[in-house]
Design a binder for this molecule. Structure first.
Ligand code: ADP
Ligand code: 5GP
Length: 181
């Protein structure tokens, strides 16, 4: 049986960066979410996300295609149920890089999921990292930092909290949690 690994944390905490390294391991894959937000410059459809319209997302909800879904910053994001079930059957570690609302839904349906919350070293570093990523409008950035405060309130609901200060240390800490070393 495979293991679901949830990685949540405020926008800019380093989830995408950390997951990209974790999935280099042959026994680790990452779920490709469906979203209604527009692709960033470096993002490809079917790789970073499946980018769909609002109408298509709503149709997918109606068809029961999601293991979980949530609205974040005015857009929908969801995890495909079929891909998740397939990953469990294949016995791999299947990373869901999802927000706190989605994480709570998965915890309810799959209580064995390993839940990891990624924290920035501090608030200043979080906003500096978001600014230097240079992918969001000023309004989006402000929204994301505001949502971050709410998300931090969920950290105690997770099995592990990992502070992403030094990237190598963060990745190794998570590898140890998953027994991947
Ligand atoms: P998230 O996916 O959580 O929104 P990202 O992975 O996009 O966050 O990281 C936000 C920014 O911070 C990126 O520019 C990334 O390169 C940088 N970053 C991530 N982890 C670290 C780290 N440990 N030290 C310094 N910069 C980091
Ligand atoms: P971003 O726009 O920065 O890629 O993602 C915004 C937020 O949506 C992040 O917290 C990210 O983890 C979350 N997210 C990405 N995919 C999913 C998903 O499938 N479901 C849920 N609930 N959240 C997701």
């Amino acid at each position: 049986m495979g293991k679901i690994v949830i990685i949540s944390g405020p926008s800019g905490s380093g989830k995408t960066t950390v997951c990209k390294i974790l999935k280099q391991h042959s026994n680790v894959e990452q779920s490709i979410s469906v979203t209604t937000r527009s692709p960033r410059k470096n993002e490809k459809d079917g790789e970073s996300y499946h980018f769909v319209s609002n109408a298509r997302f709503k149709e997918m909800i109606k068809n029961g295609e999601f293991a979980e879904f949530a609205e974040y910053c005015g857009y929908y994001y969801g995890t495909l149920l079929s891909a998740l079930e397939d990953a469990i059957k294949r016995g791999i570690f299947y990373i869901l890089e999802i927000d706190v609302q989605g994480a709570m839904q998965i915890k309810e349906k799959f209580p064995d999921a390993i839940m990891i919350f990624l924290l920035p070293p501090n608030r200043l570093t979080l906003s500096q990292r978001l600014i230097s990523r240079n992918t969001d409008t000023e309004q989006d950035l402000a929204n994301r930092l505001k949502i971050a405060e709410k998300e931090l309130e969920y950290k105690d609901k997770y099995d592990y909290c990992v502070v992403n200060d030094d990237l190598d240390v963060t990745v190794n800490t998570i590898r140890k949690i998953l027994n991947l070393l």
